[in-house]
Design a protein around this ligand. Structure first.
Ligand code: LAN
Length: 665
């Protein structure tokens, strides 16, 4: 029989995949994970700098220089610093960046500093900064708590059934509210020193004593008013301001405050214990440390927590930044492993074995103690985003962990997790499904969507509750499908039902144009890749009209050079916005989706070719900007996306062209 002639790209693809694999192997950590830069948001490092200043902890000069560079590099020509490194103008991050640079030793006479200050003044000065920018300024003695809307600690004393109880908020929002309410309730602030007095003069040329703080509580500069606080926020602020007067003006009020603050501190200490001092994220990490400092400046709790803050710092080249999470190791490891398996390359056993070890040793085994008292759900069986020390399990991380463990086992049966550990993961995932059929990030939705109308942040969207997301839902459906293959009878009815509702949810979330909107990556290429994989996992056939529309959507967005490229603004505007150039990672997501749908021919070949031509000599792909995202406005960097996603997409292209069975993932 005549052999079909090889595809003209095939040899190059093989070579490219091999080089990417080498690069991946060379960058694996001894613990089996991949560890990279998780920076991008520009409001994190200023909090750490502020903490060090308030606590009188000197940052070594070399590191100060690296931190200064982080701000200087991110500063745009007009002087402003964005919400994230590539962001649009934002007042609160610019003010915090300016203050940080000054605290790190930059002179006010520097011409770029002058320009930044001018931009701040032109935009109305700190009065217009988004609320949590003002909180940090208050702690530094650069603003007054009178100019901040109430962050009432007593809400923690409300009965649990009450819809406005902060325990019902999205865990990230709730864990920030917690220390913020303690700091607000105590009016915590440092005594201004010489440097702070200088900065006051710079920020407020009219003079500190002339400022009307209370009159500016609701001032919000247009650049920080991306999600204008709606009337329920203003209404609540009015009521809570009245309450605050009563609290501070009466004996009973003061006693109630003490009780609330004690409860808040108890919750904070719990979070510190169960996360081994890491805290769920960088914001509550630093704010908790402020609370410890203002309680016992010389105490051990503060000293230890300062060390934990340092664990969020990351050095990227000559810059030092603060990361959006303690790390993204589990997340990177599961995708890297799935990509390696898709290559069908032999000789990669060592890499997979140690990735498996990482996944194995970072599954959460136990629930946190007294979890209901601390508003926590079950944890046993889950996987976190970073590592077991952090320990907050996440639905899609659990799903990817489970799916990857099963996929690795398929490739090498000596690497397997005991059945009970897989069952625990499945049970947890089953528990997590929302009534709308979708899966959230960390916790089931605890209060209606109406509460988003009370989002006071100004700069972030969708922060109030844990919504269902197509990405999380898809990951869970894929994991269930993989699990069902190995254990067809286990939890059969429950799993089938859950998958049916999950599929329904995905169908409802699909837009008329065939796309899914992504929330944790930019944007429709990310969402559609997940949407497609989730539908397929739940048994939808590739020729189903839903999936045909998805393919047509993607094909309609392909550029002439074979690539896809969508701008970060797509997430904010919630519509496809082309970026100036094609992007390798987004092209990989689109290609992975199209191949999963069985597409072949010119479009997928052109996409593979685009990816090929972009590869660097070292096997990696160039850094083309951030493609991670959160809360619609803030981009975040996933360092390894540009290595394993292109490699994975090329491997699947090769599998499809060769007629090899597609990878089990
Ligand atoms: C993350 C990081 C991981 C991410 C995925 C697992 C990728 C996603 O699929 C689900 C959501 C999740 C867990 C996620 C949620 C929001 C986080 C925690 C972040 C983007 C990292 C930083 C961000 C956090 C909210 C930053 C702090 C800012 C606040 C507004 C509190």
């Amino acid at each position: 029989m005549k052999q079909p002639s090889p595809h003209p790209l095939a040899e190059n693809v093989d070579d490219s995949v091999a080089r990417a694999l080498d690069r991946l192997a060379a960058s694996q950590e001894p613990d089996g994970s991949w560890h990279g830069d998780y920076g991008g948001p520009m409001f994190l490092l200023p909090m750490f700098v502020a903490l060090c200043h308030v606590a009188g902890k000197e940052i070594p000069e070399k590191q100060r220089e690296e931190m200064r560079r982080e701000f200087q590099d991110a500063r745009f020509p007009k002087g402003w610093i964005g919400l994230h490194r590539e962001g649009q103008p934002c007042l609160f991050t610019t003010v915090l960046g300016y203050v940080s640079l000054r605290l790190l030793g930059e002179s006010a006479e520097d011409s770029e500093m002058k320009q930044t200050l001018r931009w701040i003044h032109e935009n109305g000065g700190p009065h217009g900064a988004a609320p949590w920018g003002k909180w940090i300024l208050c702690l530094l003695g650069l603003y007054s708590w009178n100019g901040v809307n109430p962050v009432t600690p007593e809400l923690w004393l409300l009965p649990k059934w009450f819809p406005l109880h902060p325990g019902r908020l999205w865990c990230h929002c709730r864990m920030v509210y917690l220390p913020a309410s303690w700091l607000y309730g105590n009016r915590s602030a440092t005594m201004p020193d010489e440097r702070i007095r200088e900065i006051r003069d710079e920020l407020y040329p009219q003079g500190w004593d002339e400022l009307s703080f209370a009159g500016n509580r609701n001032t919000l500069a247009p650049v920080d008013n991306v999600y204008p606080p709606r009337w329920p926020v203003r209404f609540a602020n009015r009521i809570l301001s009245g309450f605050e007067k009563w609290i501070r003006g009466t004996g009973r009020g003061k006693r109630l405050r003490q009780k609330a603050l004690a409860e808040v501190m108890r919750q904070i200490e719990f979070e510190e214990t169960v996360t081994n001092g890491i805290a769920i994220g960088p914001v509550n990490r630093v704010l908790n440390s402020f609370c410890f400092f203002f309680s016992y400046p010389d105490g051990e709790a503060f000293q230890n927590s300062l060390e934990s803050c340092r664990r969020y710092l990351w050095k990227n080249g000559d810059r030092c930044l603060m990361q959006g999470y303690n790390n993204s190791k589990l997340w990177d490891t599961v995708f890297a492993a799935q990509a390696v398996i898709a290559t069908h390359h032999t000789g990669r056993e060592k890499m997979l074995t140690s990735a498996f070890r990482y996944i194995d040793s970072h599954q959460v085994r136990e629930d946190v103690p007294d979890r209901e008292e601390f508003y926590r759900e079950r944890s046993a069986g889950g996987w976190p985003f970073s590592d077991i020390d952090h320990g907050w399990p996440i639905a899609d991380c659990t799903a990817e962990g489970l799916k990857t463990a099963l996929t690795i086992e398929k490739a090498d049966s000596s690497l397997s997790l005991p059945g009970e550990r897989l069952f625990a993961a499945v049970d947890l995932l089953l528990d997590w499904q929302n009534p709308d059929g979708g899966w959230p990030t960390y916790e089931k939705q605890r209060v209606g969507k109406w509460i988003e109308s009370m989002n006071p942040s100004g700069v972030f969207g969708r922060i109030m509750i844990d919504y269902s997301y197509p990405e999380c839902t898809s990951a869970v459906l894929q994991a269930f499908a993989a699990f069902r293959e190995k254990y067809p009878d286990r939890q059969k009815r429950l799993l089938n039902r859950a998958m049916m509702f999950g599929e329904d949810y995905l169908r409802r979330e699909q837009r008329d144009d065939g796309s899914w909107e992504g929330s944790w990556g930019v944007c429709f290429t990310y969402g559609t890749w997940f949407g497609v994989k989730g539908m397929l996992a739940s048994g939808t056939r590739p020729d189903d009209p839903t999936l045909r529309r998805a393919a047509e959507f993607l094909l309609s967005k392909q550029r002439e050079d074979g690539s896809w490229g969508e701008a970060i603004e797509s997430c904010l505007e919630r519509r496809w916005i082309d970026s100036p150039n094609g992007n390798v990672v987004q092209t990989s997501w689109a290609l992975l989706a199209l191949l999963a749908l069985g597409e072949s021919g010119d479009p997928v070949d052109a996409a593979a070719n685009f990816i090929l031509t972009k590869q660097q000599r070292d096997g990696n792909w160039p850094n083309e900007g951030m493609v991670g995202m959160f809360n619609r406005t803030c981009a975040i960097n996933y360092d390894w996306y540009r290595l394993y996603f292109p490699m994975w997409a090329l491997a699947e292209w090769r599998n499809a062209t060769e007629g090899t069975s597609p990878s089990p993932a």
